[in-house]
Ligand binder design. Structure first.
Ligand code: ADP
Ligand code: F6P
Length: 319
């Protein structure tokens, strides 16, 4: 392994910059040449690749987004697109590639490895939707962004004695909603992994009102969706004024939390060391505070897990 490259792909996540920094600086520390690829697989196909040094990643550990930019690229889903990408890497003498992204990006990395490029994936997504790892880079920061929003919504909801439905991201994963409900002291979490009954939710809301609760905060995962419709129904059934807030892309931005910076740094170092050991088609994760790696196909084939215990905790603590 003499030259490695790094790219970010799919939706951006806070902490991606910390991961890029760790890959670049570890590579240089181990005596490798390190290249950066701009705009994910799209930039790879178009040859948007440049050499990086220690200063290329100065002053970025605290920044959200990704200095390499990111993209979604349909062409890379074709065999021809991937061959172009592999050729670009060959022309620039790159033998190893670190891909920072979510499951789609990992699928791409796995297919690219079949064309002779060693690939390692780092989980960069706010969704926390990858079963093989306890946490993904960006999840903790997004959680804190949601908590900040909840604190503000609580003020206004309590003043007006309203119900507040807060829709958060996560694709078809309810982790962001569930974690935010517990950490934000919300009255409920509606997640795609669990069945949801409007009458039950309204009973909880009305019971809270009877107990003198000033506000009712309900976290709704985007995988369930329909925040506005849910707010209308809740208002109709309970008679309590209800407002919906869809937090949207604000959850993807902002300075990464300390936890995300550390996670990204540890994973970045591990990725480079695996490439040096001659490993390929692996993804890095964290399980029980230990950095682990796994075959990409095996990782992607794992069934989606849901933390029932955490869901029960949210139920117990919410009233
Ligand atoms: P994420 O990596 O966050 O899950 P996407 O699903 O949008 O985001 O995937 C990012 C990019 O990875 C896609 O735009 C595409 O270039 C590549 N990709 C996704 N799925 C595949 C696939 N099945 N085969 C090859 N490339 C893929
Ligand atoms: O995967 C990250 C994510 O922010 C999801 O939570 C969300 O569903 C999606 O990306 C939004 O994608 P886009 O940025 O294309 O609107």
């Amino acid at each position: 392994m003499k030259t490695i490259a790094v790219l970010t792909s799919g939706g951006d996540a806070p902490g991606m910059n910390a991961a890029i920094r760790a890959v670049v600086r570890t590579g240089l520390d181990r005596g490798l040449r390190v290249m950066g690829v701009q705009r994910g697989y799209s930039g790879l196909i178009n040859g948007e690749i440049f050499e990086m040094n220690r200063h290329s990643v100065s002053d970025i550990i605290h920044r959200g987004g990704t200095i390499l930019r990111t993209a979604r690229c349909e062409e890379f889903k074709t065999e021809e697109g991937r061959r172009k990408a592999a050729n670009v890497l060959k022309v620039f003498g790159v033998n190893g590639l670190v891909v920072i992204g979510g499951d789609g990006s990992f699928h791409g990395a796995q297919l690219l490895s079949k064309l002779g490029v060693s690939t390692i994936g780092l989980p960069g997504t706010i969704d926390n939707d990858l079963s093989y790892t306890d946490y993904t880079i960006g999840f903790d920061t997004a959680l804190n962004t949601v908590l900040d929003a909840i604190n503000k919504l609580r003020d206004t909801s309590a003043s007006h004695e309203r119900v507040s439905i807060v829709e958060v991201m996560g694709r078809d994963c309810g982790d962001l909603a569930l974690f935010a409900a517990i950490a934000g002291g919300a009255e409920g979490a509606v997640v795609p992994e669990k069945g949801f009954h409007i009458d039950e939710l309204c009973r909880t809301i009305l019971a809270g009102k009877l107990k003198g609760k000033m506000h009712n905060l309900i976290l709704l995962a985007e995988g369930v969706g329909g925040a506005n419709e849910l707010a209308e129904k809740v208002e109709e059934i309970t008679g309590i004024e209800t407002r919906a807030t869809i937090l949207g892309h604000i959850q993807r931005g902002g300075s990464p939390s300390g936890s995300d910076r550390i996670l990204a740094s540890k994973m970045g170092v591990k990725a480079v060391d695996l490439l040096i050991e001659g490993k390929t088609s692996r993804v890095i994760g964290i399980r029980g505070n230990e950095i682990v790696d796994m075959d990409i196909d095996e990782a992607l084939a794992l069934p989606r897990t849901f933390d029932e215990e955490l869901y029960e905790i949210s139920r117990i603590l919410s009233y």
